[in-house]
Design a protein around this ligand. Sequence first.
Ligand SMILES: Nc1ncnc2c1ncn2[C@@H]1O[C@H](COS(=O)(=O)NC(=O)[C@@H](N)CS)[C@@H](O)[C@H]1O
Length: 436
Amino acid sequence: MRLSRYFLPILKETPKEAEIVSHRLMLRAGMLRQQSAGIYAWLPLGYRVLMKIQKIVEEEQNRAGVVELLMPTIQSADLWRESGRYEAYGKEMLRITDRHERDMLYGPTNEEMITDIFRSYVRSYKDLPLNLYHIQWKFRDEVRPRFGVMRGREFLMKDAYSFDLDQEAARHAYNRMFVAYLRTFARMGLKAIPMKADTGPIGGDLSHEFIILASTGESEVFLDKDILDLPVPGEDTDFDADLSPIIKSWTTPYAATDEMHDPEAFGAVGEDKQVSARGIEVGHIFYFGTKYSEPMGATVTNSDGVEVPVHMGSYGVGVSRLLAALIEANHDDDGIIWPVSVAPFHVGLINMKPGSEADGACNALYEKLEAAGVEVLYDDRDTRAGAKFASMDLIGLPYQVIVGPRGLKNGEVEVKNRATGERQMLSPEAAAEALI
Ligand SMILES: Nc1ncnc2c1ncn2[C@@H]1O[C@H](COS(=O)(=O)NC(=O)[C@@H](N)CS)[C@@H](O)[C@H]1O
């Protein structure tokens, strides 16, 4: 992409309303614009990252055998009256009346709707197990939306819902999601720690939150340092096998959010291993049995021909919140430092002197890298080099290639690694090789 033909409204000033670094940097890097409290326009650079995150989430859900669909954002209140959550959900629910005076709502989550879809088609235990997911915008009228997309009112969530014949089978579904979550966040370069959690308005009696340690996190967490070194299950994981040994290894070291913290149990962790920190909840998984299937009549006939309500779980990932979490975990004083897997572009190509022989070298490099599948943002603007360097550091692409007449006289361009700051003078050919 040539910057002269893109839309990247970099801000010079730090917006005063931004309280945490990820919010500040997303605004300054031209990724996001607030349209109203907690509701954002995703500008091109931010949208590219959001779609990269979504793709990793989808790949790992699909690997775990979950089937993707898409449910609407607007839901009928009648479904929520059946489950008894319509009144209970409270002020966070955005309630809407349509022109025919029908009570509707902007969905904060989809347990009722997915249960309605399930009960309309599935009647036999032979059709189980089933796990369905979508990635869809949610609305929760948070009393104090803040920290940018960390706590928005309209936000993007992956939510999966599992259906099984009994609790034992449902536990296997839960374990598959647990492993899928360990892989998902690791692929983004994040260390997400599963912690026993409260079940809140979703309900049930088994729940884990996946927490990224960050000083600006809203959750207070306590953990045994050993958990930070556990190996993440590989892409060859057999999701049909018994995954409980993996779950056991990840739930044996102490790890709890403040709601579930047990100081006595934490005390048993060696002093040198006790970590108390703040964290960002990027995922949350629940088992809640027949909480929705019972009142909504989602049943199957079992092998004895008896109608039984299915056992369910739900599994959420904060797709838009992950941008904030990633920046909180990957930045320095000059700006964002994107892991390659989620970077909006892989290489920032800087032409220090448009109109000079640098143009030819840049065009050749741009063509070669793009042809090899390397995503390049080519700063071809006629502005001073210093501003280009600052912008490229701010938006945080993993690599920069700096091309100027002086370097070219020696047949060289400069390659910079944004994360390490390491710089190399290489021939354009060697630079291309190094980046492909
Ligand atoms: N206001 C919000 N802004 C941004 N992300 C949010 C917000 N509220 C929740 N999330 C993200 O969405 C994830 C799932 O939300 S949740 O309430 O925990 N779970 C559910 O809604 C279940 N239906 C999971 S399918 C959270 O772990 C968090 O990462």
